[in-house]
Design a protein around this ligand. Structure first.
Ligand code: ADP
Ligand code: ADP
Length: 239
C-alpha cells in the first residue's frame, strides 16, 4: 500500500503558477526523488500531497482515496476535516528544519501523535517509540531535549516521530538542507534504511549521490512542471 496518484494538479500564488498541470503516479514501496532548481514547485507539490497546501485544479489519491479534494463532475470539493486528517495520518512529513516540539522531550515528541489520534495507548506508544529510536539509532536520547541534540540527531528524531503513525507514505522536504555537511550522511542513512521497509518515499533533495543510490525514479521539475522522469541514470546522465 502507499500508491500515490497525482492528476492534473495546478496551483497559483496570485498570478504566479507554482504548479502547472502536474500528473504523476508513484507505485507503492518505491523511492521517488524530486529534483529541480529552487522555485520550481518541488516543495509545493510535496505539501499538496499532505494537504498542507490547497490546490486550484486537479486532485490526488492515495490508495484510491482522495486527498484534500474529490472530483464530482467538473467540480472539486474539499474533503471534510476528518477525511483530510485520516490522509495526513497515512502520510508522514519531514521538514527541512526538523520542527520538533521544543518544550517536549524526544520521547514525548514521538508518542504525542499516536496518542492524540487514538491509535495507541500511552504504554503502546512508548514501546513503539523505543523501537523507532532503535531504528534511527538514538535510544539513549529518549529523555533529552531537542535543543541539546545536533541537527542530524533532531532530524532523525523528526523521522521517528513521523513514523510513529505508521504511515504508508513518507514525504521528505529537503531533509538535509539545513544540516552541516558532516551530518548529512547520518540522516540519508536512515532514509535509505526506510527505503527497504516498504514505505513509499518521496524525497525532495539536492543530494544527487543519494538519488543515484536510492531512487527508483527521479522526477525533474522546472517552473512548476515535470519535464523529465526516469531512472537516476536516465535523468542525470543524458544531456
Ligand atoms: P521549490 O521547492 O522547488 O524551491 P517551491 O514549491 O517552494 O519551490 O516554490 C515554488 C514557487 O512558488 C516559488 O517561486 C515560491 O516563491 C512560490 N511560493 C511558494 N510558496 C508561496 C506562498 N505561500 N506564497 C507565494 N508564493 C509562494
Ligand atoms: P460522499 O462521500 O457521500 O459523497 P461527502 O461528505 O464527500 O459525501 O459530500 C457530501 C456532499 O456535499 C457531496 O455530494 C458534495 O456535493 C457536497 N460537498 C462536499 N464537500 C463540499 C464542499 N467543500 N463544498 C461544497 N459542497 C461540498
Amino acid at each position: 500500500a502507499g500508491r500515490i496518484e497525482i492528476s492534473n494538479l495546478s496551483k497559483s500564488y496570485g498570478i504566479f503558477k507554482a504548479l502547472n498541470d502536474v500528473s504523476l503516479t508513484i507505485e507503492p514501496g518505491t523511492v521517488t526523488v524530486i529534483l529541480g532548481p529552487s522555485g520550481s514547485g518541488k516543495s509545493t507539490l510535496l505539501r499538496t500531497i499532505n494537504h498542507l497546501e490547497r490546490v486550484d485544479e486537479g486532485f490526488i489519491q492515495i490508495d484510491g482515496e482522495y486527498v484534500g479534494y474529490r472530483r464530482k463532475g467538473h467540480k472539486l470539493y474539499e474533503l471534510k476535516e476528518k477525511a483530510i486528517l485520516k490522509q495526513r495520518i497515512n502520510c508522514g512529513y519531514v521538514f527541512q528544519n526538523f520542527n520538533l516540539f521544543p518544550h517536549m522531550t524526544v520521547l514525548d515528541n514521538i508518542i504525542e501523535a499516536p496518542i492524540v489520534h487514538g491509535l495507541l495507548n500511552r504504554k503502546q506508544a512508548i514501546e513503539r517509540a523505543y523501537e523507532l529510536l532503535d531504528t534511527v539509532g538514538l535510544r539513549e536520547k529518549a529523555n533529552a531535549w531537542p535543543r541539546h541534540l545536533s541537527g542530524g540527531q533532531q532530524q532523525r528524531i523528526a523521522i521517528a516521530r513521523a513514523l510513529a503513525l505508521n504511515p504508508k507514505v513518507m514525504l521528505f522536504d529537503e531533509p538535509t538542507s539545513a544540516l552541516d555537511p558532516e551530518l548529512v550522511g547520518e540522516v540519508l542513512d536512515v532514509i535509505k534504511k526506510l527505503a527497504e521497509s516498504g514505505v513509499t518515499l518521496v524525497v525532495v533533495t539536492h543530494e544527487i549521490g543519494f538519488a543515484r543510490q536510492v531512487a527508483d525514479r527521479v522526477v525533474f521539475m522546472v517552473e512548476g512542471a515535470i519535464v523529465e522522469t526516469g531512472s537516476a541514470a536516465q535523468v542525470l546522465d543524458n544531456p
